[in-house]
Design a protein around this ligand. Structure first.
Ligand code: PLP
Length: 392
């Protein structure tokens, strides 16, 4: 019996546990100080009323013999896949409904998709990075190459023709940096992937925060992407589903590698290892796409976007360099006075009881940067920025 020793190569992530430890100590020593947390990557607003109604209605159906549902289709019910298909259609991206696979969230599929790729592929991830891309590949024993994201390229690295990579991760709008690729930027990646026979794993978990028609919500807005990209999306940030769990993955039928259809491979993988998302949750997700649903979720997205603007405006007024905040719930700022990430964390915590996330926790290029998020409450975001302005 041999265990998967690749697990020994995983780096322990001390980021959130260290933050929690430091915050607990601060609270113990300063019980009278009002702590504000702008470090969280989780939503705080409740589910939209249409979603709650859909959950109740679906639960009632499950309790009645005539409408009870057992196992559903592994790839998701047609009603939800068709609602997503229409949503893409509105952006002029035309997908077949069997190119869309419903999941219990983007994180699972971002890890599971690796089942259909050989271990020998090398993998390109940006640095700084959402840690799931690195850890899932490390578990499988794949070689990881880092693409430098930095102030010079606006934290949006472009392909390097001298480096051959097989699997490329792109997250736009990005976590942690909030940076968003333009169509031109994505086109360069698509051209690279087509030329080098690579595959792009495109994480669109934050696409709903894009406010400009000029910026791509989906990689399939770029010609040729259907031949080289898989797209992952989630209702977590779009509609507050972090605890409800639903997302989807698009695997185009035009995605043929070594004469094999990756759409067929993924369907085979899912029908073998996955039994689908609960009917009740899929009805909840379907409700997001109704006219009223779109209106209600937009109110929440706007709420977070306005919080982001409050934070970004504060950075502007202080002359602090940052990315994100405009088409993203994340603001990625350069620590003032050349402070290191943890130094700035301690400074904000001890001086103004404000919690953010040190950029160094997302990779070596994150050193000297800091992430603030807009998922908090409005009054607290305003208060946090007042404290920040008075301090810096
Ligand atoms: N992708 C990115 C970039 C994320 O930041 C997150 C969650 O924070 C996810 C995917 C996971 O989303 P889900 O809740 O759908 O698993």
């Amino acid at each position: 019996m041999n265990i998967n020793k690749n697990y020994l190569n995983l780096e322990d992530s001390y980021l959130f546990s260290t933050i929690a430890k430091k915050v607990a100590e601060f609270t113990k020593n300063n019980p009278d100080k009002q702590l504000i947390k702008l470090g969280i990557g989780d939503v705080t607003l409740p589910l939209a009323p249409v979603v709650v109604e859909a959950i109740k209605k679906a639960a009632d159906e499950m309790g009645v013999q005539a409408t009870f549902k057992g196992y559903g289709p592994e790839q998701g019910y047609a009603f939800l896949r068709e609602a997503i298909q229409k949503y893409y259609g509105r952006k002029n991206v035309h997908l077949a409904s069997d190119e869309i696979f419903i999941s219990d969230g983007a994180k699972s599929d971002l890890g599971n998709i690796l089942d259909i790729f050989d271990i020998d592929n090398n993998v390109l991830v940006p640095d700084p990075v959402y840690p799931v891309y690195v850890d899932t590949n490390t578990m499988a024993g794949r070689k990881i190459i880092y693409a430098d994201a930095n102030e010079k390229n606006g934290f949006l690295p472009l392909p390097d023709e001298n480096i051959k990579c097989d699997i490329i991760y792109i997250c736009s709008p990005n976590n942690p940096t909030g940076a968003v690729y333009t169509k031109d930027g994505l086109r360069k990646w698509v051209d690279y992937a087509l030329k080098n026979d690579s595959i792009i794993l495109f994480d669109a978990a934050y696409e709903c925060f894009i406010k400009s028609n000029e910026l791509p919500n989906s990689i399939y807005e770029i010609e040729g992407a259907e031949k080289c990209a898989i797209e992952f999306c989630s209702f977590s940030k779009t509609a507050g589903f972090t605890g409800t769990r639903c997302g989807y993955t698009v695997v185009p039928k035009a995605l043929i590698k070594q004469n094999c259809s990756l759409n067929k491979f993924w369907l085979r993988r899912q029908t073998t290892k996955f039994n689908g998302v609960p009917y009740i949750v899929q009805r909840a997700a379907e409700a997001i796409f109704s006219v009223e649903g779109q209106k209600q979720i937009l109110e929440n997205i706007q709420y977070y976007s306005e919080n982001a603007k409050i934070i970004a405006d504060t950075m502007d007024s202080k002359g602090i360099w940052y990315t994100g905040g405009k088409h993203s719930p994340y603001i990625w700022l350069k620590c003032p006075n050349n402070m290191k990430s943890w130094e700035f964390f301690d400074y904000l915590l001890n001086k103004i009881a404000l919690v953010g996330t040190p950029g160094s926790g997302f990779g070596k290029n994150g050193e000297g940067y800091f992430r603030l998020t807009s998922f908090g409450n409005r009054e607290k975001t305003i208060e946090a920025m007042e404290r920040f302005s008075n301090l810096i």
